[in-house]
Write a new protein. Structure first.
Length: 165
């Protein structure tokens, strides 16, 4: 029988375990002035239909989130399966994250990534401290979805694509 070991002090082991859970990948973006600002979050989860809420978890060390959280609207784009390069770019620590990313702003300053399978026009609803992350609840004000679009999948520190069974 598989034995469940006690959690060691090594966070790598915990991250490896978390990485067994496959997820999609989202880009959370807004304009500041005329410039797009954004980050990638694979911790996206749908939360509630009424009211319409989704969540992402953001690292407390993020330097981008404090800038985004002040915006009245945030665009959440669910990346499509050929957008691994855009994902890497949008999560770069240095340089222009949007250099090779096609995007468009809404009138309220949400930024959406072209080619994504879903666009959610959101505002920050609540932020709950949770260890070394914050759980950010986002309220959806508008959306555009392509349910047939193939999503980008993140699993075990690698990008993958879905296969139908
Ligand atoms: C596939 C992938 C998923 C990520 N998911 C998250 C996430 O859910 N939450 C988060 O805070 N950062 C996540 N990141 C890291 C951020 O996108 C980004 O690299 C980080 O915010 C950069 O630091 P900064 O916020 O100081 O600019 C992810 C990065 C990658 C490549």
């Amino acid at each position: 029988m598989l034995k469940v070991g006690a959690i060691s002090a090594d966070p790598t082991e915990l991250r490896r375990a978390y990485g067994c859970f496959p997820s999609g990948v989202t880009a959370v973006c807004a304009t500041i002035g005329d410039e797009p600002v954004g980050m990638v979050a694979s911790s996206f989860t749908s939360v509630s239909v009424d009211p319409p809420l989704v969540s992402v978890c953001v690292q407390n060390t993020s330097t981008t989130w404090p800038r985004l959280r002040e915006r009245s609207r945030l665009g959440v784009s669910v990346l499509a399966h050929r957008q691994d390069a855009a994902c890497r770019s949008l999560s770069n620590k240095h340089g222009d994250r949007f250099a090779d990313v096609h995007w468009e702003p809404s009138a309220d300053g949400a930024v959406f990534v072209h080619g994504a399978t879903v666009w959610l026009d959101c505002s920050v609803h609540a932020e709950v401290p949770a260890g070394d992350h914050a759980i950010v609840l986002l309220r959806i004000h508008g959306l555009r979805a392509d349910p047939d679009g193939e999503p980008l999948v993140f699993h075990g520190s690698r990008f993958r694509k879905l296969a139908a069974l």
